[in-house]
Design a protein. Structure first.
Length: 240
């Protein structure tokens, strides 16, 4: 059963800023000192509620909240974070699901994952090579994400060491963005960048380097000739 689940996770190819899973997350920075209430919704239904306290007395700067545990009420009753650098990261360790996360400070909505602001970041890994279309209703634009098959090329390996940062300026200015499966995308919600949807368009076929093929063939031929020569030597060495 777990094998099927893992395969489904890896083959997931359509995403949005509301779809959280093992390879996507959203981060919110809390606004200073005070008491907050976080509510987790799934398909419009409230499934969990917990408290967050931000104070200068706390050293912890980040908490990770696994939304797959929300139904079982396993999330801590209260999170305690530093009031100057308090971040909450939300993800789902088991599956991709549409979630809405709302954080309130008193009667004021501090954070709504369906309407992110400049304090919010969304991270995503696209594992399946191919071309994807990113569309944003708030920016009224499209962007092609071209996920290439990785090679042993040193330049590509070096380039893959950092994530690709996407903000309103980059999404509006570019028609396409090349990325490798082991790179991450980080969306910076600012300048009216409020949403995105990513749709898988077509699969990329891996390109095999002709030089490598020629080298492998040459090695295979040498091995074959050597084995043949060894058999001949062995054959005649047995004669008396």
């Amino acid at each position: 059963m777990s094998t099927i689940l893992n395969r489904n996770i890896i083959e997931t190819s359509n995403f949005s800023n509301q779809l959280l899973g093992p390879f996507s997350f959203i981060v919110h920075k809390l606004s200073g000192e005070g008491d907050f209430i976080a509510e987790i919704y799934e398909q419009g239904r409230l499934i969990s509620r917990f408290s967050i306290i931000c104070s200068k007395d706390f050293r912890e700067t980040q908490e990770h909240v696994d939304l797959s545990l929300a139904n079982n009420q396993l999330i801590k009753n209260t999170l305690r974070l530093n009031n100057e650098n308090g971040y909450v990261l939300f993800y789902n360790s088991k599956e991709y699901k549409d979630h809405q996360i709302v954080i309130k400070k008193g009667n004021t909505i501090e954070f709504d994952s369906t309407n992110p602001n400049s304090k919010d970041l969304f991270g995503l890994n696209l594992l399946k090579p191919g071309q994807y279309k990113l569309s944003s209703a708030s920016l009224k634009t499209d962007l092609i994400l071209d996920v290439k098959y990785p090679t042993l090329d040193e330049a590509q390996i070096g380039r893959a060491s950092g994530s690709i940062q996407l903000d309103a300026t980059k999404v509006l200015a570019n028609k396409s963005q090349t990325i490798l499966p082991n790179q991450g995308l980080v969306f910076n919600f600012a300048d009216n960048f409020k949403d995105f949807k990513i749709e898988f368009v077509k699969e990329n076929q891996p390109k095999v380097n002709k030089t490598i093929i020629d080298e492998l063939k040459a090695k295979a031929n040498l091995t074959s000739k050597k084995n043949k020569k060894d058999r001949v030597i062995k054959k005649y060495s047995l004669k008396k």
